[in-house]
Write a protein that binds this ligand. Sequence first.
Ligand code: SAH
Ligand code: DHB
Ligand code: MG
Length: 229
Amino acid sequence: MATELWNAVDEYFSRALVKPDPALDAALEASAKARLRAINVAPNQGKFLHLLAKINGARRILEIGTLGGYSAIWLARALPEDGSLVSLEANPDYADVARGNLAAAGLSGKVSVLTGLAAESLEELIRSGTPPFDFIFIDADKSSYPDYLRLTLQLSRPGTVIVADNVVRSGRLGDPNNREPDIIGIRSFFQMLATTPEADSTAIQTVGAKGWDGFSITIVSASQTATGS
Ligand code: SAH
Ligand code: DHB
Ligand code: MG
């Protein structure tokens, strides 16, 4: 079976390239114990996000969709000493699990988990004049991805990197007859990327321990229409 080989290859990469990390293991254990679904990124994907944030020299990171804080730990570990991560989570119980996991990883000082609907938290961050983020990871409800893109662009600067998880959904994105809310949301997210002059993007499919899915990646540039205005 191909899927067994996907898993085997993911395990191979994780074993070869991802250093064992008790805090990450403990975060997954505590998440399972609290009955959170295991929809966190895979270890090699977490490290991929970590490397992207480092490549971008990110000092301020925004995450939408915390769950138990697994990807948040990976992202926060990419930050310099004075860096910070804001992560948004609708479910207060998940947010508590995440705060516990981040504390156990020694990252409480760098990470704030904001409870509430992400769109509302984003509006509030915009209203309060929060400085732009350097790296943004979108990973909450897929039907809201267009809203998250519209709002995060307002929290970006030229050079901000925006990564979105789960943009392929076992290939369902490729089925023009699919009308699921997630797929409709992801299509309209890509439509927005395609028509936003300051967004330069691509997307990559992935297979592995988390099935068949994919990431999009965008770098925000100075808006052509806004130049000089
Ligand atoms: N980034 C995590 C996984 C996130 S799973 C990791 O890889 O470790 C998606 C999360 O988004 C879930 O915890 C879910 O509760 C949260 N979520 C769903 N809808 C949301 C919304 N409208 N606002 C904020 N969070 C939401
Ligand atoms: C789901 C959400 C995710 O963020 C993910 O990585 C995988 C699955 C989901 O809601 O099914
Ligand atoms: Mg995801």
